[in-house]
Write a protein that binds this ligand. Structure first.
Ligand SMILES: [Zn+2]
Length: 360
């Protein structure tokens, strides 16, 4: 039985359009008035954007409604959907806690409230009827000041029961001016024993080799196999993994055709660099993880064997999966003992049944 691990999903982009639209109808008169019909809202919410920046702007709309009061509402629906429709056994959920605090507070007050947000997300993610192993990744943000980003790293270290890693988000083209600062923050995070990932080499403007030594996984990283394949050997020996999110590149205008990803997979497989296939923003795209898998097969970008290799890699690179093996191996043993062993069945008898059936 196939159960999956999702390593790259943003809390803001995880709300599927119907859940968000229903929420507006119930609780937000302004937005409900702007989108009286669901179809119109879905079209607005999921349509492709021209640039990564334009695409990221949509997150602010969801961030605005995800407050300490409403987070349990959204997270319950997220976990329910992930369990019922996506067969997730493991989910790492990422977000910038500062951006879930009220912008009416001072910066210091907002920093102080971040711990409460992490607790709320952690508690809300544990849903008894939909059991998934979950953990949080806290995102530093390229548009936030140093003090806030440092506080995010410190918070990750204090809340290890809920947080498994830190990330850097906000559009990789914007790191350039403050690269030294981000290197220092990643080095600091590693010194605290934190796991690290980072949105990097997503676009051609976001390629910073200086950051690579600090990252255990790379958010996207597709420009490495596409533009800088000479770096793949180094990645293979450091054991880094790329979190590839196929639908994103079409929604951000980063790639024109999903088939451009074939080179990404081929070069990574050849170099021995693991890839975890992820959704990034399953709600915003309205594409759940099993459909990301299916799309890659449909377009002949990978085959079933490669798909399974990526699915297993996701569990191997998961920061908080508590078992040695992926769940399929644990469950196979269980199902095989429950299935009658064919060796115990008398074969001629089976053949007789088959002949009788064909006569009818
Ligand atoms: Zn992302």
């Amino acid at each position: 039985m196939a159960l999956y691990a999702e390593l790259h999903r943003h809390l803001g982009g995880s709300v599927v359009p119907r859940v968000l639209w229903r929420y507006f109808q119930r609780s937000d008169a302004d937005l409900a008035g702007r989108f009286p019909e669901y179809a119109e809202f879905e079209e607005f919410y999921t349509k492709p954007r021209n640039t990564l920046d334009e695409y990221l702007e949509l997150h602010t709309m969801v961030e605005g409604v995800q407050t300490s009061q409403t987070l349990p509402y959204f997270i319950y629906r997220l976990i329910r959907g992930a369990y019922i429709f996506e067969n997730l056994a493991y989910l790492e959920l990422r977000y910038t806690p500062f951006l879930r605090t009220s912008d009416k507070l001072s910066q210091t007050e907002r920093i102080d409230r971040m711990a409460e947000i992490v607790d709320i997300v952690g508690i809300a993610s544990q849903v008894k009827e939909y059991p998934i192993v979950t953990s949080q990744i806290l995102c530093m943000h390229s548009r936030l000041p140093y003090e806030v980003n440092k506080a995010i790293v410190d918070l990750a270290a204090q809340k290890r029961q809920y947080v498994c890693a830190i990330d850097l988000a906000g559009g990789d083209a914007h790191y350039a001016d403050r690269l030294d600062e981000f290197i220092e923050l990643y080095a600091y995070a590693r010194s605290l024993g934190l796991n690290t990932t980072g949105h990097l080499y997503e676009t051609t403007e976001g390629c910073y080799p200086e950051l690579l030594p600090y990252l255990m996984r790379i958010g996207h990283g597709i420009q490495i196999p596409l533009q800088y394949p000479e770096l793949l050997g180094e990645l293979a020996s450091s054991g880094a993994c790329l979190e590839v999110c196929p639908t994103t590149y079409l929604k951000t205008g980063n790639l024109q055709d999903i088939r451009q990803l074939k080179v990404v997979f081929d070069r990574c497989f050849a170099a021995g660099v693991d890839i975890a296939i992820c959704t990034d923003n399953a709600g915003l795209h309205n594409v759940r993880l099993p459909f990301e898998y299916e799309n890659l097969l449909t377009y002949d970008i990978i085959g079933f064997e490669e798909l399974q290799a990526c699915q297993n890699a996701a569990f191997r690179h998961a920061f908080a999966w508590p078992y040695e093996q992926p769940p399929a191996l644990l469950l196979n043993g269980l199902f095989q003992t429950a299935t009658p062993d064919l060796a115990d069945v008398d074969l001629p008898e089976l053949e007789l049944v088959h002949l009788q059936e064909t006569r009818h």
